[in-house]
Design a binder for this molecule. Structure first.
Ligand SMILES: *Cc1c(COP(=O)(O)O)cnc(C)c1O
Length: 380
């Protein structure tokens, strides 16, 4: 095992997925909002305290739904980090809105709340904080800014399931939140996601948008005698087969999170000596944030050639990756968005990130190999 190639990710299955999919087949309810979807909704509502959970095909489609729900119009502005996945921006751009990119903090690589207010204009409608690596943004400050300027908050909590900020679960802090259940996330169904509606006044319309703009949800609950076209919408609900798979993962979500945290903590201990020698920087978790072990990244010292490091890791059988190419420096970034300030930390930090192999079942000996390889490459 020790000399095997160490992959960057290996999707984890609990073993119950297949039985639940077979149960879904026996239920004869394969389309959306069947018994497994209801169980998943209830679980997410109970664990996060959100007013309404709605499974979607992906976090991307949850964010698309959020942008429709907020009635964003052409020229409206949404403040977000540039250091994020494209979906945070695309959802709003699809409504004609303009992403306004604000720099990140040096410690957590999260949206720098101290720079938000200066980026607000008369067109600003919302803030989209991204909880990078399942570590919360400074939500007290962001919520206060949003209240002061009458802005909505859409949390991109794609990586944030079962993580919290001052004991409030991520995704349940803003007006709207979103989770991803993509294969690379802690809890997954291949592709999958969830919208968390925290403002109860938005709940009914969210349900309608997700069901092709109809009140089909009310019809199935017997609240209306037919369902009709009510609003804008699309088909954003996953089949109950996907929900059956997801249910197996949610049932075990606490254990999965504990196991990821154990692996994360092992890396953190093993890498401390390299940090002390100035060879890399480890993640910084603020004391009031409880994270979920979603990913372990290191920051290379400035000026080190990252592709050289990734190449040498690969030569030693370790598959590591980097992300994100900042949105403001991507081909579509300045076509659709606007930069606030020079985004210098976004540029410099994003060039230094390496994500280490992280998956359930990753053995301590394999982690030792990763750390030794890093030490050999960086220490010479
Ligand atoms: C994974 C991810 C997404 C997209 O999630 P999908 O479910 O693949 O659509 C969006 N934002 C962030 C920050 C992510 O990490």
């Amino acid at each position: 095992m020790a000399s095997d190639f160490i992959p960057y990710n290996r999707p984890y299955v609990t073993g119950k997925e297949q039985a639940y999919i077979e149960e879904a087949l026996r239920n004869h309810h394969l389309s959306g909002d069947g018994p497994f979807t209801r169980r998943c909704h209830q679980w997410i509502e109970q664990r996060t305290g959100c007013a309404k959970a709605l499974l979607t095909h992906s976090c991307t489609s949850a964010l698309d739904l959020a942008a429709i729900l907020l009635d964003l119009k052409s020229g409206d502005e949404v403040i977000m980090p540039s250091f994020t996945f494209v979906s945070t921006a695309n959802a709003f751009v699809l409504r004609g809105a303009v992403p306004v990119f604000v720099d990140i903090r040096e410690d957590t690589l999260n949206l720098d709340e101290r720079q938000i207010e200066a980026a607000i204009t008369s067109r600003t409608r919302a803030i989209a904080p991204v909880h990078y690596a399942g570590v919360s943004c400074e939500m007290d400050k962001i919520v206060a800014i949003a209240r002061r300027h009458n802005l909505r908050i859409v949390e991109d909590a794609a990586q944030g399931i079962l993580a919290s900020y001052r004991d409030t679960p991520l995704g349940a802090i803003g007006d709207i939140g979103s989770f991803s259940f993509h294969e690379t996330k802690n809890i997954m169904s291949g592709e999958g996601g969830c919208l968390l509606v925290n403002d109860p006044e938005l709940a009914q319309r969210a349900e309608i948008i997700r069901e092709k703009g109809t009140d089909r949800g009310r019809f199935f609950r017997g609240e209306v005698d037919k369902y009709t076209w009510q609003d804008l919408g699309s088909s954003l609900l996953p089949s109950d087969l996907t929900a059956a798979f997801l249910w197996a993962q949610l049932e075990d979500a606490e254990r999965i999170t504990r196991e990821r945290l154990a692996i994360w903590n092992r890396y953190h201990d093993m890498l401390a000596p390299l940090e002390q020698r100035g060879l890399l920087r480890r993640p910084i978790i603020p004391g009031h944030c409880r994270h979920n072990g979603h990913l372990y990244f290191i920051l290379l010292p400035p000026g080190i050639d990252r592709s050289m490091v990734l190449g040498k890791l690969k030569d030693q059988g370790v598959h590591s990756v980097f992300h994100y190419v900042p949105l403001h420096s991507s081909p579509a970034g300045m076509r659709f968005g606007r930069a606030h300030g020079d985004l210098s930390l976004t540029t410099s930090l994003s060039e230094r990130v390496i994500r280490l192999p992280m998956w359930i079942g990753l053995h301590e000996k394999q982690q030792m190999r990763v750390v030794e390889a890093l030490g050999a490459i960086l220490g010479r």
